[in-house]
Design a protein around this ligand. Structure first.
Ligand code: NAG
Length: 639
């Protein structure tokens, strides 16, 4: 964790945690070694990387390391699966054992791995992957093998980027004459740390860099000893015949002063920390501006309104002429389709708390990058457990709307949103299966997910609903008239679409820089860890959503339009439209995806994220407006 990137309050909490506890979280305890102890080298899937010349990604499909067309050397007895967390599997990690033999603090030069034969079909496949810039992902003692890179324009600061190249392109100037070359030799440079003063098992792995290269090694007669020093031609896979490839590796152990606890720091390079501060200041200004405006409206105008209305009531002959008081007999009329709205609000509350708690955990350092997929696992577990909150919210809201089909409400609350998410996921999974990608979620994981949902989430949600229906309905402070009022002609900015576009952009503005980094972490496989910023951004987004929605609802009521329920949900939720639009622009500018599957996957996931974001922000907007409307109508006297 880099201290510079964390906000002061979280830093304080973190320091407290660090100093108060010498315990390690499960799965992330250090492994200690004696000299010569075997160190595990496991292989993960191959992922597409950013192409240096264009700064774009050309594919989203990942492949199993032991995909039949790659012909990498197999360990004796075949590769074995390494157990992983649910989140890690869902996010596409497939970790298997490898034939590499690493011994702590023992250098090796040019060890022969095996010789494999590529036929023309597998050569075509592999060459294509080299063109698309695929990376190999290895894990050595749980640490991803990295490439040493430096920032563009700043060669002095070096940092690790995960993975290293499958191959490279050589020769020629134009793309036409360049040839893909397969890397068949790996220089594995492992940094180890010696714990001062310790006799037994003093060594720990603290850094791994792999420098791959392509050369034809000289293999001596008995095929056991290879010589990597000969400067042979690079290995090009022939697409018209068979090519023999000999794989070799060297291991160089370097002593390092880096302590185990900080071994992830080099991976967590902040590309430009200023941009985060800039965005934070930017969103803070939005929030100050908005809260200023809202408090002005609330404190000045409303107080004046309330005083005036209460005075008007005293001298009865004065006619009420305009303003929000006129709609007091309609404003608490239940909305159209109360069932759907309460289901949305139930799931929205669930997503709201899930996101908040996950970010908080991450901020406190519980979800470190070393626990692979821990973020996703935490989210799934939290969403499941928060089924109670979802059921309760949905039931209570539905009851307050005077809904009567409570059985339907109880049943659909835990089914609707998870159903949409799971359905989309299932559909997109077919594209991964079709492409032979390792990213496809295995059937067993799917079944496990459904089981978790049936056994834990569903009963919890039902229990929550039961409590929700038992709880008293939220009473309106004023009575609702029998006959609905006529709604006068509305100003343009209060019409549904313009008001949505107007309001939605502000919460989006509060988060879009962080969103950019989250997206590059998802699509470019970079580690995201700036949870301090994310936490503040989430708070700012919540405040922005509620204030700006309240403001718009106030204007709406002033123009005697009392259909505020769905409107509040939609204007706040409209920020999801900008999130999807942003994803679309990202698609055009940062990705040049070849093939149908990658494009469908990208758009599918973007729409899914947009939908969840819509539910989340809509819920925030609705509840704050509800609170506001109740407050202002409770404060006026009505005969
Ligand atoms: C391994 O080789 C490198 C470079 O040749 C050297 O600096 C290092 O000390 C060696 N490590 C061990 C444990 O012998």
């Amino acid at each position: 964790m880099r201290w510079s990137s964390i906000s002061p309050p979280s830093l304080a909490v973190l320091l407290l945690l660090r100093t108060a506890s010498a315990f390690y979280l499960p799965g992330v305890a250090p492994t200690d070694y004696n000299q010569g102890d075997p160190v595990s080298l496991n292989v993960n899937r191959l992922t597409p990387a950013v192409i240096a010349s264009t700064q774009q990604v050309e594919s989203l499909i990942s492949y199993d390391y032991y995909h039949e067309y790659f012909h990498f050397c197999l360990p004796k007895g075949g590769p074995e699966k390494i157990s992983e967390s649910l989140g890690s599997i869902l996010f596409g990690d497939r970790i298997l054992t490898s034939p590499f033999e690493l011994k702590m603090a023992q250098n090796e030069t040019c060890k022969l791995l095996c010789t494999q034969t590529h036929d023309s079909r597998s050569a075509k496949f592999t060459n294509m992957r080299i063109w698309q810039g695929y990376n190999l992902n290895w894990l050595i003692d749980g640490l991803p093998a990295a490439t040493l890179t430096s920032a563009v324009g700043d060669e002095s600061t070096q940092f690790y980027s995960q993975g290293f190249a499958l191959g490279s392109l050589t020769g020629g100037d134009g793309d036409k004459f360049r040839q893909p070359v397969l890397n068949n030799h790996y220089d594995i440079i492992v940094d180890y740390h010696r714990i001062p003063g310790r006799k037994e098992k003093p060594f720990r792995v603290v850094g791994v860099v792999v420098q791959p290269s392509s050369k034809k090694p000289k293999v001596s007669g008995d095929k056991k000893i290879a010589d990597c020093t000969v400067a042979g031609d690079p290995v090009q896979l022939s697409e018209s015949g068979n090519t023999e490839v000999t794989y070799t590796y060297s291991v160089i152990w370097m002593e390092s002063p880096t302590a185990w606890a900080t071994r992830w720091d080099k991976y967590l390079h902040v590309f430009d920390p200023r941009i985060h501060w800039f965005s934070l200041v930017n969103s803070a200004i939005i929030v100050i501006f908005l809260t200023g405006m809202v408090s002005m409206v609330l404190l000045k105008t409303l107080r004046k309104d309330i005083a005036r209305y209460n005075q008007l009531d005293l001298n009865e002959d004065v006619q009420e002429d305009s303003g929000w008081k006129l709609v007091h007999g309609d404003v608490f009329r239940p909305p159209m389709n109360p069932m759907l709205l309460s289901i949305f609000l139930g799931s929205g509350a669930q997503i709201f708390f899930m996101t908040g708690i996950t970010i908080m955990f991450a901020l406190l350092g519980f979800l470190s990058p070393s626990g692979r997929g821990s973020l996703a696992t935490a989210m799934i577990i939290l969403y499941t457990l928060l089924g109670f909150v979802g059921g309760y919210t949905s039931a209570r809201v539905y009851k307050s709307f005077g809904g009567e089909s409570w059985k339907k409400n109880i049943l659909f609350t835990p089914i609707f949103i998870p159903g949409v998410v799971f359905g989309t996921f299932f559909f997109l999974n077919f594209f991964l299966i079709w492409k032979g990608s390792s990213g496809a979620v295995p059937l067993w994981t799917m079944i496990a997910l459904i089981c978790i949902w049936f056994v834990i989430s569903l009963p919890l949600s039902f229990t929550g609903s039961w409590f929700g229906f038992r709880a008293p309905a939220i009473e309106a402070p004023v009575r609702t008239n029998q006959i609905p009022r006529q709604i006068p002609e509305q100003a343009l900015y209060l019409k549904p679409l313009p008001s949505m576009l107007l309001v939605g952009i502000l919460p989006f503005g509060a988060i879009f820089v962080e969103l950019y980094f989250i997206m590059s972490s998802i699509w470019f496989h970079r580690v995201y860890y700036m949870f301090g910023f994310l936490f503040v951004c989430y708070g700012i987004m919540i405040i922005t959503c509620s204030t700006v929605t309240i403001l718009m609802i106030y204007f709406l009521l002033c123009s005697e339009n009392y259909h505020w329920h769905w409107r509040a949900f939609f204007i706040s939720g409209a920020s999801a439209f900008y999130v999807v639009l942003n994803a679309f622009i990202y698609w055009l500018s940062k990705l040049s995806l070849g093939g149908l599957a990658s494009n469908v996957l990208y758009l599918g996931y973007s729409l899914l994220i947009g939908f969840l974001f819509f539910i989340l922000t809509g819920t925030i907007g609705f509840f704050s407006s509800w609170y506001f409307v109740k407050k202002i109508y409770a404060s006026i006297k009505i005969d």
